[in-house]
Design a protein around this ligand. Structure first.
Ligand SMILES: Cc1ncc(COP(=O)(O)O)c(C=O)c1O
Length: 467
């Protein structure tokens, strides 16, 4: 905090004003926007997974298909008809809608979608149509993408290290006003590139532990508490409209206590700074189910956050934000890959770690899998354990955890890998000329797995709101 006294910023009096705060309109305020008849045509019920009774498909309404995107009643129907020779991302729009509406209904504050999880235009448009109005962006490319696609979206630049061009263009060309910082040099950069704008929202990213997360984000960003308190003091002076405090407990946080501990630490920072922030942003990290990894009910996360925030006894003007990525999109997506060769219990498939399956190559996250064989003998009922190997020349292109598939799986069979809606299409590289096409395929039906306490509890038909 001592160091922060050295921050001398000309042109800023530090005067507090009563300008408008940064509270955000919520999606419910826009829910009355009407949609055209084509947008409300019902999707046929999907039956793409025999034996999937445990997961109920939410009812849905649909948007017009963008050029290049085809629609099928099920993954099986798609494979039957298309026999795809490249990997393909399939998306279940009704699952996106249900997840978005679950968050909007249950999170006690504003819901910002973290675009990095899946920036596919199809997905962004469905999130918007489901009521998501706020987008957490991390680069100029994401700002330009969202601005081009959803001109009325509110964007918040939540990356603590930004290029000067990104700050300048986001502020002056795309109307971005809220920026995260976690250091004094970044604060200076922000002020210089916005010509010390008086309408900034400055959010300070606090470093918190990542002990409960599958992918900890603790190593790179976030100011230690004392420094965060000093930055919050500066943010209050320099951003009279809106200052805030944020953190990220790490991706796929498996215990709600992660948020409780982070909120307690945020409370200590707020007390040390003697500044009541306008925004308290609990970040992303909300988990979804994978094979052998079932998180506590999502509602328990939201409840824990609400209680821990309440315990801080902050004034009413302090609003909660969250920035879910994975939890809004993961269940909506699957990847369909083909087996190109079997060597005993090793299956060489046409997508891998450099493609849409990155998460399962760098960690033990394990996607649910199932075999699709449109013709020939029915797959064996006996299951066996198989290693999945990706198509590139690189030995690390292999999934870390073996999967269970019918023991007679063979070259020419297709495999559906579920729970790939987040950090899959976004991460594929095209290395060695492999990878899925950029256009997803739309399918109806339920995801292969669902997260306890998530949309299946609460699956009244999601209502789309207009573009
Ligand atoms: C700043 C920030 N916000 C939100 C997210 C989304 O996190 P998740 O997908 O775990 O919800 C990330 C992911 O890394 C992030 O870095």
């Amino acid at each position: 905090m001592g160091e922060l006294k050295a921050v001398a910023i000309s042109g800023h009096s530090g005067r507090e004003t009563s300008e408008s705060s940064c509270s955000l309109e919520t999606a419910s305020a826009t829910a009355s926007v009407t949609v055209s008849a084509t947008e409300t045509a019902p999707v046929p019920a999907g039956r793409d997974r025999p034996g999937a009774a445990a997961v109920r498909a939410p009812r849905s309404r649909r948007l017009p298909l963008p050029p290049g995107v085809e629609s099928f009643a099920s993954v099986d129907q798609f494979v039957n008809e298309a026999r795809p020779d490249r990997p393909v991302h399939v998306v279940r729009p009704q699952v996106i809608q249900a997840a978005a509406q679950w968050f909007i209904r249950h999170f006690p504050g504003a819901v910002l979608y973290a675009v990095k999880a899946n920036p596919t235009p199809y997905v962004l448009r469905h999130l918007w149509a489901s009521g998501i109005r706020h987008f957490d962006v991390a680069s100029l490319a994401e700002v330009e993408l969202v601005a081009g696609l959803l001109p009325r979206a509110r964007m918040h630049f939540m990356h603590p290290v930004k290029s000067r061009e990104a700050i300048r263009k986001s502020y002056f060309q795309h109307g971005v006003r809220d920026f995260v910082i976690d250091s004094v040099p970044e604060l200076f950069k922000l002020l210089e590139e916005t010509r010390s704008a008086r309408d900034l929202g400055i959010v300070v990213r606090l470093a918190v532990g990542g002990r409960h997360a599958f992918h900890s984000l603790a190593g790179k960003f976030g100011a230690p508490p004392a420094q965060a308190a000093g930055l919050l003091v500066q943010a209050r002076k320099l951003a009279p409209r809106c200052c805030g405090l944020s953190f990220h407990v790490g991706q796929q946080a498996m215990d709600p206590v992660a948020y409780v501990q982070a909120l307690r630490l945020a409370g200590e920072v707020i007390a040390a700074a003697k500044v009541n922030p306008d925004i308290l942003d609990v970040g992303g990290g909300f988990p979804v189910s994978f094979t052998g990894l079932v998180p506590p009910a999502l509602s328990s996360y939201v409840d824990a956050i609400a209680q821990a925030a309440e315990a801080l006894k902050l004034p009413k003007k302090t609003k909660l934000w969250c920035e879910p990525g994975r939890a809004l999109v993961q269940e909506s997506g699957s990847l369909v890959a083909r087996v190109e060769l079997r060597k005993e219990n090793r299956l060489y498939i046409n997508d891998g770690v450099y493609g849409g399956l990155f998460d399962a190559g760098i960690s033990r996250l394990s996607y649910p899998v199932r075999l699709i064989r449109p013709e020939g003998p029915a797959p064996s009922a006996r299951m066996a354990r198989f290693a999945l190997l990706g198509p590139t020349c690189d030995s690390i292109d292999a999934l870390k955890t073996p999967v269970l598939l019918p023991q007679d799986v063979e070259e020419g069979d297709w495999i559906e890998l579920g729970q790939t809606g987040g950090y899959s299409a976004a991460l594929q590289s095209g290395f060695n000329g492999f990878g899925a096409s950029s256009d997803p395929v739309e399918v109806a039906g339920a995801p292969m797995l669902s997260t306890p306490g998530f949309w299946q509890e609460d699956d009244s038909a999601p209502s789309l709101v207009g573009f």
